[in-house]
Design a protein around this ligand. Structure first.
Ligand code: TYD
Length: 355
């Protein structure tokens, strides 16, 4: 009855829930199977608005659990995979690398293997796709004035997080070369938008400002990131999924480069405009923390020419001001969500989805 039956891993995460919602709402002819382990950054309730849609299923499971994975492939006769599930917070990876190795690297190999086995059992890889959503952080860091990363930049990760994602990149590539598995990879710059866990720069900053806490900026805040709004991530990911050529990798970028301190100041300005916060008082609360992140990457920037030229992606529609204003607005409108995360109430709700 469904022309595609897509397993999407990590659908309860930040980018995952935006992509699952888009797929469910816009593709009624596709079955969307959200496979999520509900680890600390997975919030089952994120998808409450679509959980009763006929083309949506939730499957509680870990990508490292090969038995559950193969059962899900068989039960739904999965035709495609979009693999997002990952531990993604660099600071956590510095403090505790092993969960990153297991979930991001080993988990990816289990998922590649489950797809290979199921599609081999079905007789052909034809018509299937395995889309691995990776990060620009696999390319390491660049200096001011350097050319942005292209698809042929070296894989030279610097943090345990980026090393775990890069290792998975290599396995994904190897599964294409060795077995002909129809693997497509994308490398995306820093995403910003609603539903991001409040440990990351934008939501952490918004939360600290609203709660009269110190606004923590690592070093002097001169590191820069390229920011892409969640709607643009979804649009680019759909382009890669639908039009990408197996064996190829595509960079997803926005051109919205911004130094951390500038992003923090834009958030302060937006909260001043929206809530009338005392800008000068908040600026005095900025706390510059030296060496907060060992091996701190200086700059990431992406050249997204290939996805535009070869797949016809229109490019990001949200500039840096849209990114910040829409994100601040989402957090102001969803303080209840933030409270559930901070209080841990979401974990109790998650438990009701573990069956
Ligand atoms: P982060 O949101 O953790 O994303 P990533 O490390 O994947 O780019 O951090 C973005 C940048 O912001 C990074 O240079 C570290 C910095 N940062 C702060 O200055 N203060 C903070 O509280 C956090 C979480 C990050």
């Amino acid at each position: 009855m469904y022309s595609k039956r897509i397993l999407i891993s990590g659908g309860c995460g930040f980018i995952g829930n935006h992509l699952v919602r888009h797929l469910v709402k816009n593709h009624p002819g596709w079955l969307i199977v959200n496979f999520d382990a509900l680890t600390y950054a997975g919030v089952a309730e994120n998808l409450k608005d679509i959980e009763n849609e006929p083309n949506y299923r939730f499957e509680y499971g870990d990508v490292m659990d090969e038995f559950t994975l193969s059962a899900v492939f068989a039960n739904y006769a999965i035709t495609d995979v979009i693999h997002l599930a990952a531990e993604s917070h660099v600071d956590r990876s510095v403090n505790s690398p092993m969960p990153f190795v297991f979930s991001n690297t080993v988990g990816t190999v289990y998922l590649l293997e489950a797809a290979r086995q199921w599609w081999t059992h079905e007789g052909t890889f034809e018509g299937h796709k395995f889309y691995y959503f990776s990060t620009d952080e696999v390319f390491g860091a660049i200096h001011s004035g350097d050319e942005p990363f292209t698809e042929t930049s070296g894989i030279v990760p610097n943090s345990p997080y980026s090393a775990s994602k890069a290792s998975a990149d290599l396995f994904a590539r190897a599964y294409h070369k060795t077995y002909g598995l129809p693997v497509i990879i994308s490398h995306c710059c820093n995403a910003i938008g609603g539903y991001q866990f409040p440990e990351k720069l934008a939501p952490a900053t918004i939360d600290r400002i609203l709660n009269n806490e110190s606004v923590v900026v690592y070093d002097e805040g001169l590191q820069s990131r390229e920011w892409i709004y969640t709607d643009d991530v979804v649009d680019a990911a759909m382009t890669v999924f639908e039009k990408g050529i197996p064996g190829e990798a595509y960079n997803i970028g926005s051109g919205n480069e911004c130094k951390n301190i500038d992003l923090v100041n834009m958030i302060i300005e937006t909260l001043w405009m929206r809530k009338g916060i005392d800008r000068d008082e908040v600026r005095k609360r900025i706390k510059y923390v030296a060496n907060a992140r060992p091996g701190h990457d200086f700059r990431y920037a992406i050249n997204a020419d290939k996805i535009k030229a070869e797949l016809g992606w229109q490019g990001a529609q949200n500039d840096i001001t849209d990114c910040v204003e829409k994100t601040v607005d989402w957090y102001l409108e969803n303080q209840e969500w933030v409270e559930k995360i901070k209080s841990g109430e979401y974990k109790t709700i998650n438990d009701t989805y573990r069956y």
